[in-house]
Design a protein around this ligand. Structure first.
Ligand code: TXA
Ligand code: MG
Length: 330
């Protein structure tokens, strides 16, 4: 699917742009909306036809549920049930790059299509225009990342236009997100925390705030993670990770001072963070991947990146980018 032949209007963030976006959402249209993590493809979460358009525009399978963005904790409490542990996380980390998967409340206004018919709903309070729109609409806003299903996430208005073009009525331009990778998704099941996706909030911070271990999801525990299929964030070329040497015709994605053989002969090289800073690397990840994807290289070689803090989310995205294609999720 390629909608980019008919580019969507891009408008800089302003009060007037927000008003326009709010009325388009109210009218059932799709809008590209920046958050602190990545750009989202937004629709009124209570409007089934608009939510269906999100799945169609992305080419996303409808069994894969969407995150609902809300203005504040109070709005979230109208949709899902918070226990003490969930409340502690929300109070500490919202607004911010944390999504909580919690039991849906009876009478929850979110359309069933957005939650793919599950008993749970993924909710978060973001910062910036997505939060403002949820507040103006007084309604939850459903939004997956604004990229075609299985492809590299969008961290600029142009990247949204490249992937989704005419499928969106408007794209709000607010520059590069401060975090750069998607939210961390945590399922809260009574007094246990399960990691559904590493992301912009480091696990270490969650464990420190709750004095509780964040657990990996194990098979047959009944925890559902429908979006966790393997191939995703995929460029058009093969990807090799943790490389020590660049091969012929490859582009290089480096980090810190990697000292990699063959660097001079690489088709292109971009360093995610020359000073080895994981937050800076997360910020740059998707835009660098998009740039190298357009470099004409035959493959992408990626330098080693530490598996701590935001490195967990970065390596998760890179492993999926390197996974065989054909099993994409969102
Ligand atoms: O930072 C983010 O989270 C961005 C911005 C736009 O907010 N959104 C985002 O959405 O990454 P998306 O749709 O690309 O990823 C949402 C993930 C999917 O893997 C989906 O399967 C999972 O959340 N998810 C949604 N609802 C769920 C539920 N009830 N149970 C388990 N997983 C769920
Ligand atoms: Mg996504």
């Amino acid at each position: 699917m390629n909608h980019s032949a008919y580019p969507a209007p891009i408008a800089s963030l302003s009060a007037a742009t927000l008003e326009r976006a709010a009325s388009l959402l109210e009218g059932g249209k799709l809008v590209g909306v920046p958050t602190e993590t990545v750009y989202g493809l937004a629709a009124d979460a209570t409007n089934g036809a608009a939510v269906a358009d999100i799945f169609a525009a992305k080419g996303r399978p409808s069994f894969n549920p969407l995150i609902c963005h809300v203005a504040n904790l109070e709005m979230a409490e109208r949709l899902v049930v918070f226990n003490e542990l969930a409340l502690r996380l929300a109070e500490r980390f919202w607004p911010g790059p944390l999504t909580l998967v919690l039991p849906k409340k009876c009478g929850c206004s979110v359309h069933d299509l957005a939650s793919a018919g599950l008993e749970t709903l993924a909710v978060r309070v973001p910062t910036g225009p997505m939060q403002q729109l949820a507040s103006m609409l007084e309604r939850p806003v459903a939004a997956p990342s604004a990229n075609l299903s299985g492809r590299i996430s969008a961290t600029s208005a142009i990247a949204v236009a490249e992937d989704l073009g005419s499928a969106v009525a408007l794209i709000i331009d607010n520059g590069a997100p401060t975090v750069g990778v998607e939210s961390t998704i945590i399922a809260v099941e009574s007094d246990e925390l399960f990691l559904l996706r590493p992301g912009g909030l480091p696990i270490e911070d969650i464990e420190e705030a709750t004095s509780q271990k964040v657990q990996e999801i194990k098979p047959n525990t009944g925890i559902k993670a429908p979006g966790m299929l393997t191939s995703h964030y995929a460029p058009d070329m093969p990807v090799r990770l943790n490389i020590a040497e660049v091969s012929r015709n490859e582009a290089l994605l480096s980090f810190g001072d990697p000292n990699i053989a063959g660097t001079d002969a690489a088709v292109a090289e971009i360093n995610l963070s020359t000073r080895g800073d994981l937050a800076e690397a997360a910020q740059n990840l998707f835009s660098c991947m998009r740039t190298l994807n357009q470099s004409g290289a035959a493959g992408l070689a990626v330098a080693p990146i530490p598996e701590t803090g935001l490195g967990l989310a970065i390596n998760d995205r890179l492993r999926r980018a390197a996974a065989p294609k054909g099993v994409s999720d969102e």
